[in-house]
Design a protein around this ligand. Structure first.
Ligand code: FCB
Length: 441
C-alpha cells in the first residue's frame, strides 16, 4: 500500500508516469529511419542478447490501450519523447508525415483523457545519418536539433503542457562517448568533452526555437547522482568531487550559472571545442522548471590511470534488479541542493524515479512489493522537500511500462505495468493499483 495521499502534497502537485520513444514504440513501424541505437545493438557485445527496439512494447500500435492505462491510473501528466528518426528519417530535411501524425494523435489522445502532455524532444535515438557525421561530437548538431525542434513543435507545440529538449545530458555525453555503454559506444575523452558541450548547446538552440514559437513551460531534465567519498581521506574527497563534477555540476553549472565548474575544467579544458565560452549565454538562458531524474547514489574511491582517476565501489544497502543501491535520502538532498545552489525559485519536478525488479505474472497478477516500498520511501523524501518549501511540483514514476532498458535489453523490469514481450499483453502490477488508489481519490 502507498502510505501517502494526494493531500500530503501541495494542491498543485502533479503525479505522472514517464516513458521514451525508442524504449516502447517499436522502431520498425511507420517509416522511421535507422538510429545509432540500432547500429549499437547490431554490434556484438554491446547489448544483452543483442536486443533492440524494433518491436519493444509495440506502443506505436497500442497507444490507445496505453493511454487508457494512464487515465485509469489517475495520472495527471504523461512524460513521453518524440523520436527524431521517426519524424525525420535522415535527421534533416525530409519529414515522415506518418511519424508526425503519430505524435499529434498521442497529444490529442492525452488531452481527450484529461492528461497533460509533457514532451521531451530527444531521448537518445539519434538518426544514423547524423551519427555518420559525428553526431554529438559535431557542433552542427545544434542546428540539426533546432530544425527537428521546429518541425515537431510547429505541429504539437500548441498543445503540449511542457517541453524539454533533451533527456539526461550526462547519459548522452558520458555513457555514449566515455564509458561506451550507450550508443555510439565510444571511449574517447575528446569526443566526450565535445558531446558534453554540444548537448547543452543543442538544448539552448532548441529552447530558443520553442520560445520563438511562443511556447511556455520549458525546462531541462538532468539525471543526478548523490555522490559520497569512500572514506575520510583527501584523495577520496577529490575523487568524489570529480565524479560530482562531470556527473552533476557540469550541466547544472552550464544551465543555471552560465559557467562550467572551474575545478573540472582544469582537466577537461584541453579537450573542449574552441570558443566554447562564447556559447554560455545561449546555454544558460532562462528556464521555467528543472527536472531531476534520480535512481541511486555512488560511492567514489580514488584510482590510478588517466583522468578522472577514480572508481565507484559497491554500497552496503539494498539493491535493485540492476544492482543499483537504493538510497532515498539522496533524492531529498539533491532537490535541496539544486534549489539552494542553482535553480532558486523555479519549480522542480522529479521527472524519473523508479526501480528494476524481477517481476513475474502469477495468476494474472504481479506482486511487486519491492517497488511499492521504493515508491513509499522516495515519495516521503519528496514530501519532506515540499514541507521545507522547496518548490517541487510533481513526481513522475519511471516507468509506465516494462520496456527496452538500453544496453541491458528487456530483462530489467522498470514498469508499474508488466509487459509480456512475446504476447505484448499488459498486466498492471500491484504498484500500479496502489498508485491508482491514491491518485484517483
Ligand atoms: C534513465 C533513462 C531511462 C531509463 C532509466 C532506467 O537514465 O532516462 O530511459 O533507462 O534510466
Amino acid at each position: 500500500m502507498l502510505e501517502l495521499k494526494r493531500g500530503d502534497f501541495p494542491r498543485d502537485f502533479l503525479f505522472g508516469a514517464s516513458t521514451s520513444s525508442y524504449q516502447i514504440e517499436g522502431h520498425s513501424f511507420g517509416g522511421a529511419g535507422p538510429t545509432h541505437w540500432d547500429t549499437f545493438a547490431a554490434t556484438p557485445g554491446n547489448v544483452v542478447g543483442g536486443q533492440n527496439g524494433a518491436i519493444a512494447c509495440d506502443h506505436y500500435n497500442r497507444m490507445d490501450e496505453d493511454l487508457d492505462l494512464l487515465k485509469d491510473g489517475g495520472f495527471d501528466v504523461y512524460r513521453f519523447s518524440t523520436s527524431w528518426a521517426r519524424v525525420m528519417p535522415e535527421g534533416r530535411g525530409r519529414v515522415n508525415a506518418e511519424g508526425l501524425d503519430f505524435y499529434d494523435r498521442l497529444v490529442d489522445g492525452l488531452l481527450e483523457r484529461g492528461i497533460k502532455p509533457a514532451a521531451t524532444l530527444y531521448h537518445w535515438e539519434l538518426p544514423a545519418a547524423l551519427a555518420d557525421l559525428g553526431g554529438w561530437s559535431n557542433r552542427d548538431i545544434a542546428s540539426w536539433f533546432a530544425e527537428f525542434t521546429q518541425v515537431v513543435m510547429e505541429r504539437i507545440g500548441d498543445r503540449v503542457w511542457s517541453a524539454a529538449p533533451i533527456n539526461e545530458f550526462f547519459c548522452v555525453a558520458w555513457m555514449g562517448h566515455f564509458l561506451g555503454h550507450h550508443a555510439p559506444g565510444l571511449r574517447d575523452v575528446r569526443a566526450t568533452a565535445r558531446a558534453m558541450h554540444h548537448v547543452l548547446l543543442a538544448h539552448g538552440r532548441s529552447i530558443e526555437v520553442m520560445r520563438g514559437l511562443g511556447m511556455e513551460n520549458l525546462g531541462a531534465v538532468c539525471n543526478l547522482e548523490y555522490t559520497v567519498p569512500v572514506d575520510g581521506s583527501d584523495a577520496a574527497a577529490r575523487a568524489a568531487r570529480t565524479y560530482d563534477g562531470f556527473y552533476n555540476r557540469f550541466y547544472l553549472g552550464g544551465l543555471f550559472n552560465r559557467a562550467y565548474p572551474a575545478d573540472l575544467m582544469e582537466d577537461l579544458d584541453p579537450h573542449m571545442p574552441e570558443g566554447y565560452r562564447d556559447d554560455m549565454d545561449l546555454i544558460g538562458q532562462k528556464l521555467d522548471w528543472c527536472g531531476i531524474n534520480y535512481y541511486t547514489r555512488k560511492i567514489v574511491a580514488p584510482a590510478g590511470g588517466p583522468w578522472p582517476h577514480l572508481e565507484t565501489v559497491d554500497g552496503p544497502l539494498g539493491k535493485t534488479q540492476l544492482g543499483w543501491e537504493i538510497y532515498p535520502d539522496g533524492l531529498y538532498h539533491l532537490l535541496k541542493r539544486v534549489h539552494d545552489g542553482y535553480t532558486r525559485d523555479i519549480p522542480l519536478y522529479v521527472t524519473e524515479n523508479g526501480m528494476a525488479n524481477d517481476d513475474r505474472v502469477s495468476n494474472g497478477a504481479v506482486d511487486d512489493k519491492a517497488r511499492i516500498d521504493y515508491l513509499n520511501a522516495h515519495l516521503a523524501r519528496v514530501k519532506r522537500a515540499c514541507d521545507e518549501k522547496i518548490p517541487v511540483k510533481g513526481y513522475f514514476t519511471w516507468s509506465l511500462l516494462d520496456n527496452y532498458e538500453w544496453n541491458e535489453g528487456y530483462d530489467p523490469r522498470f514498469g508499474i505495468v508488466h509487459v509480456d514481450f512475446k504476447s505484448l499483453k499488459r498486466t498492471p502490477k500491484a504498484s500500479y493499483h496502489a498508485l491508482a488508489k491514491v491518485l484517483r481519490t
